[in-house]
Each structure stands twice: as structure tokens, then as C-alpha cells.
Design a protein around this ligand. Structure first.
Ligand SMILES: [Zn+2]
Ligand SMILES: [Zn+2]
Length: 259
């Protein structure tokens, strides 16, 4: 395989706030962000300015909260628009609810419609967006609003982030089709006692995660993320009680994965 590599830095991987917790944002090399949760707020200004592409999993605030201010921080230092990649439904939500002129200016048409601070680019599940040998592919997810996960390929290995999702057979089938799946960052938001809320809101519980992992035919490293604030220890204990023969661990902010 080629020597091209990809470096993924975990800026945030928590399900909520409190102390050192940051909501989801991953930096891929120095030019791509996956989600724009509160973790993105720890980037230095020059790092923000170098981001050319932001991929969003869905419209929920914990994943997009810093998007308006990231665009704003970089605007005067950049010569070309940032591209925001998202599902068409997510783009509608951003247009109508965030960059609506009241919550935040419509930077997709400012300073001018021809040369805006950012532009939208619709994505579709299964259709990769490529940057040389690097490839980012939206994966199926089942959440309370339209959403995706992402598969990040370096050309020699893949890192998958589930986004927010409950058990979705299509997601696990997609994982089994990835030849070089190395890491799986998977959400587990609610404890088993809150299974009804998890079902309603489209999230995982340890029991559902165990069902999903039974379907996984790859030896990928399993990284648990998006746990409810304050429930992390209980969550990991519940997962351990369900998941047999498959190592897993908590994903930590600041970790770096090289593919
Ligand atoms: Zn969500
Ligand atoms: Zn979330």
C-alpha cells in the first residue's frame, strides 16, 4: 500500500459537559474536522484557520455548537470558503435555525454570495468524499434526526466514528465491508435502565452495543464514546457485563490515531 498516512486527533468525545469533558470533534490531519462540538474550542487560532472542510454527523447542538464561531474566527484570515459537508436535512436545519440572521449571520452569503466564508456541500450515505488518497465516507445511522457516521480511510487503514445512533443493522453490515477497519469509535449514551429513553432518542445502551458487536466480524479496536456525563464508570461496567471476548476501552480526549 502507499505510504500516505492520516492522523486523527480526538478533540472531544463526551456525551455532555462538566469539567474536562468536551463534546465530539475530531481533527483529521490539519485540514478536516469531523463534528464541531465543544472539543473544537481547544484548537489554536492558526489551527482553526487551516481547517478547509468540516463534516457534520447531524444537526444536534452537541455536534455543531462551535461551527458558527469557528467560521467566524477563521473568516478574516482565509482566502477561500470553508466547506461544510452534511446531509441535506442537516443543511436545512443549519440554514433555518443557526445561520438564520438572528442566532448568527448567514456566513454562506457573507461577505458576498460569490465569495462567502463557508459553503454547504450535501453528502449521501455510501458516497465517499476524497482528498487525494484520503477518503471520508458517510455511513448509515439511526437517530432521532437524520444522521450519519463516518469512515475515514488513509489509503491503508480505516477509522470509523458511529455518530449518534441506536442499533442499526445497516451500520454493522457496512463495517463488515471495510477491508482495513482498525478503530471503531462507537457511541454508548445511556445505561440499560434508560433503554426506553435510548430507543426514543436514537442512542445506544450497553445491551444494544453488545448486540451490535456480535455482528462485527472485524478485529477492530473498540473505543467507547459519547457517554452521559457522570455515568462513565457505570457505563463501562455495564458494557463489561454484556460484552464477552471483545476488548473495548474508553476513548479519551487528546488521543491521536495514525493510519
Ligand atoms: Zn444527537
Ligand atoms: Zn450527540
Amino acid at each position: 500500500m502507499s505510504g500516505v498516512r492520516m492522523k486523527i486527533r480526538v478533540l472531544g468525545c463526551d456525551g455532555g459537559l462538566g469539567g474536562e469533558r468536551r463534546t465530539v470533534s475530531l481533527r483529521v490531519d490539519d485540514d478536516i474536522l469531523i463534528d464541531a462540538g465543544s472539543g473544537a474550542g481547544d484548537l489554536a487560532l492558526d489551527e482553526i484557520v487551516r481547517i478547509d472542510h468540516i463534516f457534520l454527523t447531524h444537526s444536534h447542538l452537541d455536534h455543531i455548537a462551535l461551527l458558527p464561531m469557528l467560521i467566524d474566527a477563521a473568516a478574516e484570515y482565509r482566502s477561500k470558503p470553508v466547506t461544510v459537508h452534511a446531509l441535506p436535512e442537516t443543511i436545512v436545519a443549519l440554514r433555518e435555525c443557526v445561520f438564520d440572521g438572528r442566532l448568527w449571520p448567514d456566513y454562506s452569503a457573507i461577505p458576498s454570495p460569490d465569495a462567502p466564508y463557508f459553503r454547504y456541500s450535501p453528502i449521501a450515505v455510501g458516497t465517499p468524499v476524497t482528498f487525494g488518497e484520503r477518503r471520508i465516507t458517510p455511513l448509515p445511522a439511526r437517530h432521532s434526526v437524520p444522521g450519519v457516521g463516518y469512515q475515514m480511510d488513509s489509503g491503508s487503514a480505516a477509522f470509523v466514528y458511529s455518530g449518534d445512533t441506536t442499533l442499526d443493522e445497516r451500520f454493522w453490515a457496512a463495517l463488515n465491508r471495510i477491508p482495513e477497519l482498525k478503530h471503531l469509535m462507537i457511541e454508548c449514551t445511556f445505561l440499560d435502565a434508560h433503554a426506553a429513553i435510548a430507543e426514543r432518542s436514537g442512542h445506544m445502551t450497553p445491551a444494544l452495543l453488545a448486540l451490535g458487536l456480535q455482528r462485527l466480524e472485524k478485529p477492530a479496536e473498540v473505543l467507547i464514546a459519547h457517554m452521559e456525563s457522570g455515568r462513565e464508570e457505570a457505563m463501562l461496567a455495564e458494557i463489561a457485563s454484556h460484552v464477552r471476548g471483545r476488548p473495548f476501552r474508553r476513548l479519551l480526549r487528546g488521543e491521536i490515531f495514525e493510519l
